[in-house]
Design a protein around this ligand. Structure first.
Ligand SMILES: [Zn+2]
Ligand SMILES: [Zn+2]
Length: 341
């Protein structure tokens, strides 16, 4: 490859309904890595619902004609000035968080996920729906050998953010965990919790999701508004439905914690203090993730053989993959792959 060459990449030409084809597959120059950045040849890029929000304009435009994609597995193709800890050919992952200032109060106390200066791949900067992308070396992940490119890509958003939600839910050793909603994130993090000895109860609509939960080892699977068969030490709400908050709070045991994992949540109904908060129950939110969360999760994913259900599409069919995601054509994660021939 030559960094003066061109490549194929998807760009959001005009955000709008995905059925109308707001993305185009264009020829554009291979980006030059800035100082401190890696140029990454994309092998696989998993498709996130956030890519759909960027393409349809649900998220405000942060960069005109942005290339979506923030779950990239690839190889380092070139180094920007000053990069010392990577070499050409190294296998790396590119995820959602790509910049924090490192100087604010949140960054200094280890909560860079709260940094007001944070920037994101595939929204503020071009992402992985193409042949090449760039990433600040400090925000790249070294990918473990135990997982293929297609296997590891879906872990880089759904998995990492699910892991932060699991941490926020403060699940005690051998504890009882309720997962409200059982999609991408939940099916990955359930595997970690089960491997660590937790009892998992899935509370989700849809028989397919309930069957998936049981097949992974959940002790029970019921509807989102049902009571689990026992009190919960911890719960994570993945469904963006505020009406479930009091339901989940009532399901908690004394001292239990509910973590709300979504970036959006519809309004919650009033909470009854005695039934839903007293006895030191806690309601917490989850915001993005830190790099430390990402590194920990990737290590756990290898140790516990965490696997996403994947559906592979050629890169040139990214638009189809997004349309299929919106239409609910598949369960699990779509992964775009580049023909490396
Ligand atoms: Zn994502
Ligand atoms: Zn900061």
């Amino acid at each position: 490859m030559s960094s003066s060459g061109t490549m194929r990449a998807w760009v959001v030409s005009e955000p709008g309904p995905i059925e109308g084809g707001p993305l185009r597959y264009v020829e554009k120059p291979v980006p030059a890595p800035a100082a401190g950045e890696l140029l990454v040849q994309v092998a696989a890029c998993a498709v996130c619902r956030t890519d759909l929000h960027v393409s349809e304009g649900d998220l405000p435009v942060h960069r005109e004609h942005v290339t979506p994609g923030h779950m990239v597995a690839g190889r380092v193709a070139a180094l920007g000035e000053g990069v010392r800890d990577y070499a050409t050919g190294d296998r790396v992952g590119v995820a959602w968080l790509r910049h924090t200032d490192g100087t604010c109060a949140y960054c200094r106390r280890g909560t860079e996920n709260l940094c007001p200066a944070s920037r994101y791949t595939g929204w503020d900067a071009d992402g992985g729906y193409g042949d090449y992308t760039t990433v600040p070396a400090a925000f790249a992940y070294r990918l473990p050998d135990g997982l293929t490119d297609v296997e590891v890509a879906p872990l880089l958003c759904a998995g990492i953010i699910g892991y932060r939600a699991l941490l926020r839910a403060s699940l005690p050793a051998g504890g009882r965990l309720g997962l409200y909603g059982f999609g991408d994130s939940a099916h990955l993090i359930a595997q970690v919790a089960l491997a660590q000895g937790a009892t998992v109860h899935a509370l989700t609509r849809g028989e397919a999701s309930q069957r998936l939960a049981l097949s992974l080892g959940a002790a029970s699977a019921g509807g989102a508004y049902d009571s689990p068969p026992e009190r919960l030490d911890s719960a994570i709400l993945f469904a963006p439905v505020g009406d479930i908050v009091p339901v989940a709070m009532r399901a908690l045991d004394r001292g239990g914690v509910l973590a709300v994992a979504g970036i959006h949540l519809t309004d919650t109904p009033p909470l009854n203090y005695e039934r839903e908060l007293f006895y030191e129950k806690e309601l917490r939110s989850v915001t993005s993730n830190t790099r430390q969360d990402g590194r920990e999760f990737l290590a756990l994913a290898v140790r516990h053989q965490v696997r996403a259900t994947t559906h592979v599409y050629p890169m040139r069919e990214a638009l189809q993959a997004l349309q299929d995601l919106k239409a609910g054509v598949f369960d699990g994660a779509a992964v775009l792959v580049n023909d490396q021939g």
